[in-house]
Design a protein around this ligand. Sequence first.
Ligand code: DMJ
Length: 653
Amino acid sequence: MQWRALVLGLVLLRLGLHGVLWLVFGLGPSMGFYQRFPLSFGFQRLRAPDGPVSPALGSAGPSGPSWLQPPVPGAAAGRRRAPRRPGPGMCGPAHWGYVLGGRGRGPDEYEKRYSGAFPPQLRAQMRDLARGMFVFGYDNYMAHAFPQDELNPIHCRGRGPDRGDPSNLNINDVLGNYSLTLVDALDTLAIMGNSSEFQKAVKLVIDTVSFDKDSTVQVFEATIRVLGSLLSAHRIITDSKQPFGDMTIKDYDNELLHMAHDLAVRLLPAFENTKTGIPYPRVNLKTGVPPDSNNETCTAGAGSLLVEFGILSRLLGDSTFEWVARRAVKALWNLRSNDTGLLGNVVNIQTGHWVGKQSGLGAGLDSFYEYLLKSYILFGEKEDLEMFNAAYRSIQNYLRRGREACNEGEGDPPLYVNVNMFSGQLMNTWIDSLQAFFPGLQVLIGDVEDAICLHAFYYAIWKRYGALPERYNWQLQAPDVLFYPLRPELVESTYLLYQATKNPFYLHVGMDILQSLEKYTKVKCGYATLHHVIDKSKEDRMESFFLSETCKYLYLLFDEENPVHKSGTKYMFTTEGHIVSVDKHLRESPWKEFFSEDGGQDQEGKSVPRPKSPELKVINSSSNCNRVPDERRYSLPLKSIYMRQIDQMVGLI
Ligand code: DMJ
């Protein structure tokens, strides 16, 4: 009798205990007794670390993810809510690990791998690795390729324009016979504090580079890689504060600015004889627009010139350059769809008809969006911000698929797809590696949460291949286009997200990227384009953006004390990764009345003050999370259950 009472008592005690746990924490169903009751609290419907896929989490199964479905009309309209900024919880203890990860079993695999602090020694090691990567590529370029444009890193040779095959645009659009790699790398030398090499390189550029060349180049490429770099280096040289060390040049007489002017004048013919004001895609630096020129241009190519042209105009006090670049942006903007507000990716510059109706965030459109915002940050013209905000709304309404919030809720993670600009209907099921820049742009506007999710998707693809395929088909869970030319976009977003969140997760990501670059792309004389991200075969090409962007962002990610994010100066990166300081002189345009529709005045003729610039997250280093002792643990920026979901959706696990 006594033992029966004891058993009954124990059973009642257990029931009571489970009841309390169930009511307070929702832990009941995981315990044997309750397993038959399909209770459905939010997180219990998500997949346990080793459990089956829950329909509530979304579908990477045979029917495909929900990204195939059109967004519910108007559903995303309100998504541009007050952006959720990373709160103090970002740096707090990993409490989600208990709730979502390995309940009762300690941190799950993601937490084990990513939530630990990043020791300062490891960080310094990674910074040195990034610097070494740049130095190896740069020194080999100087030894084997200069004064040619690019380094062929496998055969240790130089490469210039393909004169034998003018239709080889992949080469000829970029290589102008103007020592491209040296010019493009100038400000990376300064950022790495290498004043002697910076001074030597600037003198070489001044003494040996000429734009009086019979080269037909793409206006966009010449602008972002060459013009932008010359302007950036000029500003570094003439900066009275010299935050990177002594980067002054003896007897400097604004030569780089004059060179930038010379180049821009040679690009100007592209803006003539065009009925829409949208420029021709290519010019010959000696003779202007070729007689057989193509009338079709991509939106990003024609509409992402304003930052460099605007800086040049404002430094010279000559409105011409900004005027033509701004006219092109407005012409494109006026051609957007009345229904969706979206732009296509290819347009005829004479008729204004859209030849390519695909609207997405990657190739053909990427930097168009980027420069609407960055032009505003730099010049403070209100209309640029208005265009950007309207574009961002259309992107959210028509391109964004998946669950509303990145870090909570059910369904597939958010993804930005390619749609028809007029109907908003899905055009294909791939995303490209260029789109990986977008989380960085979202950081600048403060939409950090969405940035975290999109970045995580691209990082999952990187983890799968050790690189980013040029196009990845999310429905097939396989690459559509297999090469990886050492692009910077994922590193760029990683760096900007780290600056915004200070979450060491992004240092782990950077280390991962750095190590796979070393492993898969390093060759005898530099770093080589991956021809095939699966078999890791290579092409003998190292594009100039590898030194100007990829190495720079990796270095900055690990160089905590760098003046770019330490000094009182605010820097912005051009689309080619060149730094420009944001200062009030660039915001003083003497010709404002020509550009601004309101002429700087309200309807009653009173002058309107310039809008304040948004606070740049990139220079906000108020958090001290990077200085915590090594044993600290951090909550992951994206809950581990969602990381797992994304890894499954790209076929990684
Ligand atoms: C670079 O030239 C620039 O980042 C540009 O905006 C896009 N393409 C390359 C890098 O991928």
